[in-house]
Design a protein around this ligand. Structure first.
Ligand code: SF4
Length: 717
């Protein structure tokens, strides 16, 4: 039996795993006791990874050969890699020549490795000359990026997991950590056991397992986070809990914010949030108590919002106002949902970013990246972000779309738009490991990809720690590594777009890609010029890790200097604004979406394991028992859940964890479980039949956490 150290491919905790294999078969998995994220522990998803590897093969859900669909609706036919990539390069070259580079687009994934992300970004922005490369991380953490940049000056989570040991107050807001980041939650439980005086506050509209275990649960109304944080700051100002010396020495803009939060006295803020005034005051006191060390953990409740940037920034305001940042046990700490959303941010793998935290809008940054890549320029025109990209495809503006390692036909909001886009596109390439995703049904060309247990490269977890992903078995069938497919395609496209010139993609190994990425970070806030594959092989390390460093930096801003023009952090001054689509008499329920403990995304991997259905065996819409009684519904009744965009049919479940006039549906359930249709009658799967494409104007992250719906008993024939 062979053993291979690697990393779990699910959430952003980034747990180390040891893969056991015999020949071409993965036979077991256990936690890596030496990995600093998990010290040997794994949750239910991580500990069943080996079953998913074997089930995918035995259930024949893996894509094993490239295939081409000669016409829409026809069955895909196997083709050689050579035929597939020549076909793809021909389509791209024709469209770029006839319609310009912005007529093509890429929609990629936070589950790709950093090396995959890097070459996709270079292909789009360096070779083709379009910034139309966005990612499903847009649905996951782009508001966290925007919040950090607006306040601290750079997209860098300043805290680390070890901070839990020194925390006196843990503020979990917009995160069901117990289910979405289970091993981090185990560390929270350990920290609390070691320090029983630690206070845990949870702000969440639902009484989740995380909220149920808190000292104080603030069941705020959906979308009212900014009002809560402003109200807490009002209390801190009134009670002398603001660290005026820190504010004076290290920040700008506090006077405007001080004026702003005058309008949020605790009674008013509590009214807006639908919570008790005394609870809001208590939260502010625990957060800002003299001598306290407060750590805030936050995730999609803040990010997946039409006010996502304002929510992130208003929370960071509290840390700056109390000086609770850059100290052991204190700081704002965004959690990433996907295993490598962080790595994607590092290489600039989004429509508005460039490599190594450079900004597309900055001409000097564009020139630096062009020099690094050896191209004349990087285009200045902003790329289309996720929702706008699919809108542009639906409008015929983007004609060729390459989708990699993600399932937008299930996971994007407003499936009406997404299905129209996929049908309208002239040519859709889907690069996937699993042929069971509904997006594959829209592909003109299917490119088989390797997956966990087969891939080789790096990922970065929520605490900026870079870990190796290593292959335990060889690629099945003709499946190829994503970075290798991109490079092969890019070289074929180069021969059409810039014939006779040296290739921009001279890589034979992922390590060569990594080395180029590493060099692009020189002198930047995330400088990793001291990190080689050999170094990460020895120990997963946190960035920054510049040349000459002996260890990564656990915590940022300990010196109170921020990566802004004058070294000072900036308070963000924005009012509370309600959700984009408030509930009303026609659509009287606030629908929330989120994760289950034992499932992952669209279930293409976890859905192959029977025991993972033991926790929650089937889909439902969870509603408060009083609402069920008012609607004369009983648990198990089928209901129509209808928004302005579509309808779902789903059984109803009674749950005290959901407040009155609210409802919750898990995001995972797909075609086999949950049927629905858009307002145009297009058949769709999952909760995104009804979600809204409204997004934050700054981060462009959609409001997956709130849609106004009505719920009516389904009349059965
Ligand atoms: Fe994998 Fe996340 Fe579970 Fe760790 S906590 S084993 S990274 S799913």
């Amino acid at each position: 039996m062979a053993e291979t150290r690697s990393t779990c491919p699910y959430c952003g905790v980034g747990c180390g795993v040891i893969i056991e294999s015999q020949g071409a078969r993965i036979t077991g998995v256990r936690g890596d006791p030496d990995h600093p994220a998990n010290f040997g522990r794994l949750c239910t998803k991580g500990s069943t990874l080996h079953h998913t590897a074997t089930a995918a093969i035995s259930l024949q859900s893996r894509l094993l050969h490239p295939s081409h669909r000669p016409s829409r609706g026809a069955a895909p036919r196997p083709v050689s890699w050579d035929t597939a990539l020549e076909l793809a390069a021909g389509h791209f070259a024709r469209v770029v020549r006839d319609h310009g580079p912005d007529a093509v687009g890429f929609y990629i994934s936070g589950q790709l490795l950093t090396e995959d992300y890097y070459v996709f970004n270079k292909l789009a922005k360096g070779l083709i000359g379009t910034n139309n490369v966005d990612t499903n991380s847009r649905l996951c953490m782009s508001s966290a990026v925007a919040g950090y940049k607006a306040t601290l000056g750079a997209d860098a989570p300043p805290a680390c997991y070890d901070d839990l040991k020194d925390t006196t107050t843990l503020f979990i807001t917009g995160s069901n950590t117990a289910w979405a980041h289970p091993i981090l939650y185990r560390r929270i439980e350990d920290a609390r056991a070691a320090n029983p005086a630690m206070k845990i506050i949870v702000a969440d509209p639902r009484r989740t397992d995380t909220a149920g275990a808190a000292d104080l649960h603030l069941p705020i109304l959906p979308g009212t986070d900014v009002a809560l944080y402003h109200g807490m700051l009002h209390v801190m100002l009134a009670e002398g809990l603001v660290d005026e010396a820190y504010v004076a020495a290290h920040t700008n803009g506090f006077d405007a914010l001080r004026e702003r939060v005058r309008a949020y006295p605790p009674a008013e803020a509590a009214r807006l949030c639908g919570i008790a005034e005394a609870d809001l005051i208590q939260a502010a006191r625990w957060f800002g108590a003299p001598g306290s060390r407060t750590l805030s953990l936050y995730c999609q409740g803040l990010n997946q919002s039409s006010r996502g940037t304002a929510k992130n920034a208003a929370l960071i305001n509290l840390h700056l106002a109390t000086g609770q940042i850059g100290k052991p046990g204190a700081g704002p700490f965004s959690l990433t949902g996907q295993p490598n959303a962080m790595g994607g941010r590092e290489v600039g793998g989004m429509a508005n970013l460039l490599s190594a935290h450079r900004d597309l809008a900055n001409p000097e940054h564009r020139a630096e990246v062009a020099r690094l890549w050896g191209v004349d320029s990087v285009p200045a025109t902003p790329g289309k972000t996720a929702v706008d990209l699919f809108q542009a495809v639906a409008d015929g503006e983007v004609k060729v779309l390459w989708i990699s390692c993600t399932n937008p036909a299930q996971s994007m909001p407003d499936q009406n738009l997404v299905r129209r886009a996929l049908q309208r596109a002239e040519f859709v390439i889907v690069q996937e490991a699993f042929g069971t995703t509904i997006t594959c049904d829209y592909a003109d060309l299917l490119l088989p990809a390797t997956t966990w247990g087969e891939k080789d490269g790096t990922v970065t977890n929520s605490e900026r720690r870079i870990s190796r992903v290593r292959p335990a078995v060889s690629s099945p069938g003709a499946a190829r590594h994503d970075w290798a497919t991109v490079c092969d395609f890019a070289r074929r496209l180069e021969s059409r777009l810039r014939p006779g010139q040296p290739t921009l993609f001279p890589y034979d190994t992922p390590e060569q890609v990594w080395n180029e990425h590493r060099e692009s970070t020189r002198g930047r806030d995330l400088d990793i010029t001291g990190l080689t594959y050999a170094r990460i092989d020895a120990t997963p390390e946190q960035w920054p890790f510049p040349e000459g460093a002996t260890t990564g930096r656990a915590r940022l801003y300990e010196d109170g200097v921020f990566p802004t023009a004058d070294g000072r952090a900036k308070f963000h001054d924005a009012p509370y604004e309600p959700v984009a689509e408030p509930r009303d008499n026609r659509f009287p329920f606030s629908l929330n979406t989120g994760r289950l403990r034992d499932q992952w995304h669209g279930m293409s991997r976890t859905g192959t394991i029977g025991r993972l259905f033991g926790h929650v065996p089937e889909p439902s819409i969870e509603m408060n028992p009083a609402d069920l009684s008012r609607l004369q519904l009983a648990a198990g009744d089928l209901v129509h859940v209808t928004s302005r965009r579509g309808t779902l049919i789903v059984p109803v479940a009674a749950s005290e964890s959901v407040a009155l006039s609210q409802a919750f549906i898990a995001m995972h359930w797909g075609e086999e479980f949950l049927s629905g249709s858009t307002s145009n009658g297009v058949k769709v799967q999952g909760v995104n039949a009804v979600t809204t494409p409204a997004y934050c104007p700054t981060s462009k992250q959609p409001e997956l956490k709130h849609a106004a719906v009505k719920v009516l008993k389904a009349e059965l024939p």
